[in-house]
Design a protein around this ligand. Structure first.
Ligand code: R5P
Length: 303
């Protein structure tokens, strides 16, 4: 069968990662023109003059939906829907959507009466646009992907994160999970540092009304390099609390690692002043702690 020509559409939320992926795949990329109207509505168009360029082609859309200095997650989600709508209207052969960080992923279940399971609704919205494949990276609760009818893949970033921490010189490592809910992920992460790497856990409680975090636990971390791994750093509260406990428990170097380091509010300050030596995030979010690129990992899934 003849191979279809492919194009990468680089969304406003994944400009660096999108171009890197297109370059690795050796295919053309198209960016977007986007703005907000005075009333706050979003405008987006694919930056091309001749739509026939995309007709009957295979399209890979890359758009992370995290907040950043110049946008918020709602705008990023709408931009994504607009990109899909534009390529659908043009009439392409196949649409693969890559959303490295999915906004609303943490609203995966009902915590209080009257809430919405909005993670599922967001995925359903993307799905009913009529896409063929959906890729996300380390989604908070992978089971929510079951609501989609298209093919879904939850890409694992652990290998590249672990490699980067090893390259920074970490040795005699203990992986610490800041939360019982993240223990399985931490165990899987530890395997990327070698056999028999210890995994320990702090117990985190978050008040569902105020969001306030309390954490407890005393571990034996004397002279150990400690990797504290989470899927998301948002305000840094979880990470900073875990780091303080790790420091009290005698940790040597502390690496604060997250796939999606949103770094909101005082997150950097909180984490560093709590005693972290390094903050490591991936380029699912484009900011100053995005030290690890997902480009090769994602590309491997697309090939
Ligand atoms: C929650 O379950 C997530 O895995 C993260 O622990 C959380 O999103 C981190 O948020 P923050 O940085 O605001 O404590």
């Amino acid at each position: 069968m003849e191979k279809l020509e492919k194009f990468v559409i680089v969304g406003p939320g994944s400009q660096l990662l999108g171009v890197k992926i297109a370059n690795i795949l050796g295919i053309n990329h198209i960016n977007t023109e986007f703005k907000s109207f005075p009333d706050g509505e979003i405008y987006l168009r694919l930056n091309l003059e001749d739509e026939t360029l995309l007709e009957n082609k295979e399209i890979i859309i890359i758009q992370s939906t995290g907040p950043s200095a110049n946008s918020d997650q709602n705008s990023r989600l709408f931009e994504l829907l607009m990109i899909i709508d534009a390529v659908k209207r043009i009439g392409v052969e196949k649409i693969s959507v890559i959303v490295p960080y999915l906004a609303y992923a943490r609203q995966d279940k009902i915590f209080r009466p009257g809430e919405s399971e909005f993670a599922k609704r967001v995925l359903k919205l993307i799905d009913i646009m009529g896409i063929d494949e959906f890729f996300v990276v380390d989604i908070h609760a992978p089971e929510v992907l079951e609501v989609m009818s298209c093919k879904t893949v939850n890409i694992d970033s652990m290998d590249v994160l672990a490699k980067s921490i090893r390259d920074m010189g970490a040795e005699d490592i203990v992986v610490v999970s800041p939360d019982k809910g993240a223990i399985e992920r931490s165990k899987a992460f530890a395997k990327h540092f070698g056999d028999n790497i210890l995994v320990d856990v702090f117990e985190k409680k978050r008040d569902v009304k105020t969001g306030e975090i309390t954490m407890s636990g005393s571990l034996s971390l004397e002279n150990k390099d400690v990797v504290i791994a989470d899927d998301i750093i948002a305000t840094g509260g979880t990470m900073a609390t875990a780091i303080k406990l790790a420091r009290k428990s005698g940790a040597n170097k502390i690496y604060a690692a997250a796939t999606h380091a949103l770094m909101l509010q005082n997150a950097k300050y909180r984490i560093l002043s709590a005693g972290a030596d390094e903050i490591i995030g991936t380029d699912s979010i484009d900011n100053e702690v995005s030290r690890v690129s997902l480009a090769n990992v994602i590309t491997d899934y697309l090939k």
